[in-house]
Design a protein around this ligand. Structure first.
Ligand SMILES: [Fe+2]
Ligand SMILES: [Fe+2]
Length: 391
């Protein structure tokens, strides 16, 4: 008889080299991070625990870990046979501190491809990571009564325990349900979790020879902004949508409100101000075709932890209005207390600092991202100017 294993589930583990030094660095940074943001971002963590914001990869202390994770994930992609034409993108990374009694309830990391965890501090007696068998209880309801197999852990319970060891990196498909047992030691259990996506290796040609963005201060006055909020009211916001209309919180999880009829009343005064600025900037810098005027204006609200991953506003693959966008404008209506800036990979560290009323303009094919808001709320107004011609 030939045996065939059906429905197998991959799990990868690796002990990272130089983990002692790395863990010292991470531990100190995580302790400091928790002290300045003690509320963190609670998710599946319970009881005496802390879950950081999901932008750990932006912190200097995490750079060596990010490198190790991306290398390991690239190996996993090769081994799993879906590396061709794609590369790894680390979309979220966060620190977990489970103090004595702290644990993580059952959860999965829906909406992404691979997930994993790296252990920074794992004293004796801390809880295991427990992966649940995706087949449920079925294989265990009737077990053999005799023979070695009846004692095998894999035949006894629909779960797989992974004991934590400092420096150990574990990766599993994001859909696997898992939990973390309560920490029964006297020490904190510190780990870093992450989510991985697969993105195309082909990047569209980026604009060259022009600045990534142009910052125009005080496009809107204080009175203009007051007027915008009074026209908007409180009920205008709804869940953000990306591209094809499906919510994809791993890319974008802001709330948006389309100012329907934004080119006419009641929003024309606002549009006219931005269109005038767009023409000035375009004439001077970008010289793209904006003869089709502006598209419907969009208001976007980013609460703490909310962000918009790297993308370009012009989407040639989709056709329609998104393909016609040539120039983008983002006006800040309310600035977050911390985080939330729009960044441009092509501009490196030169991130525009916008206060309420300031606008940035950039080519619609310029890649950019909105960093997660760390504290407070960030409201923006977005307008895309387009070339003429409909389809
Ligand atoms: Fe998890
Ligand atoms: Fe954008």
């Amino acid at each position: 008889m030939q045996r065939t294993d059906l429905f197998s589930t991959p799990l990868y583990t690796q002990d990272v080299e130089g983990a002692d030094a790395l863990n010292q660095l991470l531990r100190a940074d995580i302790v400091e991070w928790e002290s300045i943001d003690p509320d963190g971002m609670p998710r599946s963590n319970r009881s005496a625990s802390w879950h950081s914001g999901v932008n750990a990869f932006e912190r200097a202390a995490f750079v060596p870990l990010v490198k190790a994770v991306v290398e390991a994930a690239t190996d996993v992609f090769c081994a799993e046979g879906y590396a061709g034409g794609s590369r790894v993108r680390l979309t979220e990374m966060w620190a977990n501190v489970l103090r004595p009694g702290g644990f993580n309830a059952i959860h999965d990391h829906g909406g992404c491809l691979w997930s994993g965890v790296y252990y920074v501090a794992a004293p004796e007696g801390i809880g295991d990571l427990v992966l649940l068998d995706p087949r449920g209880n079925a294989p265990f309801l009737r077990r053999p009564s005799y023979g070695e197999a009846r004692k095998m852990a894999s035949r006894i319970a629909p779960l797989h325990n992974i004991s934590c060891r400092p420096g150990r990196l574990v990766m599993f498909p994001s859909w696997i349900q898992h939990h973390v047992e309560p920490n029964e030691s006297e020490e904190p259990r510190i780990s870093v979790s992450f989510n991985i996506e697969q993105v195309s290796r082909r990047r569209p040609a980026e604009p060259t020879g022009v600045p990534a963005y142009v910052l125009v201060p005080e496009v809107l006055s204080r009175d203009d902004i007051t007027c915008v909020y009074s026209q908007l009211g409180d009920s205008a916001w709804r869940a953000g949508r990306v591209g094809d209309g499906r919510p994809r919180p791993e890319i974008r999880n802001n709330d948006v409100f389309w100012a329907d009829g934004s080119l006419g009343e009641p929003w024309h005064w606002l549009y006219a101000k931005l269109a005038r600025q767009a023409e000035l900037v375009n004439e001077r810098v970008y010289k793209v075709d904006i003869s089709g005027g502006g598209q419907t204006m969009q208001f976007a609200r980013y609460k703490p932890g909310r962000k918009y991953g790297e993308h370009a506003d012009a989407d040639v693959d989709r056709g329609g209005p998104a393909a016609r966008r040539t120039l983008s404008c983002v006006v800040v209506l309310r600035n977050a207390e911390r985080g939330g800036a729009t960044t441009f990979p092509r501009a490196g560290d030169s991130t525009p600092y916008q206060v309420a009323g300031d606008a940035i303009f950039f080519r619609a094919d310029e890649r950019h991202a909105a960093l997660p808001v760390e504290a407070g709320v960030r409201d923006t107004l977005v307008v895309w100017f387009q070339r003429a011609g409909g389809d």
